[in-house]
Write a protein that binds this ligand. Sequence first.
Ligand SMILES: NC(=O)c1ccc[n+]([C@@H]2O[C@H](COP(=O)([O-])OP(=O)(O)OC[C@H]3O[C@@H](n4cnc5c(N)ncnc54)[C@H](O)[C@@H]3O)[C@@H](O)[C@H]2O)c1
Length: 274
Amino acid sequence: MKDVTVVLGAGGIGLAIARRISSGRHVLLADHRQEAADAAAKLLELAGFETTAMRADVSDRSTIQAVIRKAQERGAIKALVQAAGVSPSQAPIEAILKVDLYGTAMLLEEFGKVMAQGGSGVVISSQSGYRMPALTAAQDALLATAPAEDLLALDFVRNVTSTLHAYQMSKRCNSLRVRGEAIHWAKRGARINAISPGIIVTPLAHDELHGERADFYQAMLKKMPAGRAGTPDEIAALAALIMGPEGSFITGSDFLIDGGATANFYYGPDAGHS
Ligand SMILES: NC(=O)c1ccc[n+]([C@@H]2O[C@H](COP(=O)([O-])OP(=O)(O)OC[C@H]3O[C@@H](n4cnc5c(N)ncnc54)[C@H](O)[C@@H]3O)[C@@H](O)[C@H]2O)c1
């Protein structure tokens, strides 16, 4: 038996974090596309990791429970990486809310019951959550703490108007949810945080940069104070800090890492546009 890292979403960011934090551990990779899980597992095997690949939909509670059982057969769950998600150009409103908002909240409930002492988790949220119109304090509190099964019935969640709004709402929920969950995870001596990336070069970002909102994303990229897009490895470096021993005082927090895009959105020359 080895300590286990569980990765949901075996894409660009999930794989980079898994590789960075999992030396000496078993890595379980779950993705709703079996071929994505298999491909990531193969890469990690060739880099010296022990792996398990499985198909799993993060919006299905019984599937998440099956992922947990499989992980526990391998060893104690020391790390959770929630990097499964769909973007505004990839799916309709209902699917975005079900996967990104409900799925993330539900799996944090489930993993919060089983994390090993000293374990830690990270949710990949997004800068998008920082751009949506302000919610009330009461709405924020519901996103942080309402039972996962109740989230999709909240009126302000049901009233989202576009796939972009659904994504922003979901990511706002992800970033707040770790505050609510940090209280529960602490009972097991475990920590949970979120990372909110800007444009990071992965297949998902490719779909945004070339999809129906291409102009908006290309403009954001051009005006980014950092002058370039980020890489999955830069997200992994931050995750390693937060999840490792030097991050042991960090829980219930969200970290924006976006090359200055949010700063530009609020305070740049044409604030509010990109
Ligand atoms: N790349 C960016 O610019 C960027 C920016 C901000 C936030 N994010 C977030 O980072 C996370 C990871 O995205 P990425 O950039 O690595 O993209 P990616 O496309 O490389 O990986 C996403 C993975 O999630 C999987 N997935 C989708 N729906 C799923 C489901 N229901 N169940 C299980 N797996 C599912 C996909 O098959 C894919 O392998 C996402 O939540 C995304 O919203 C990405």
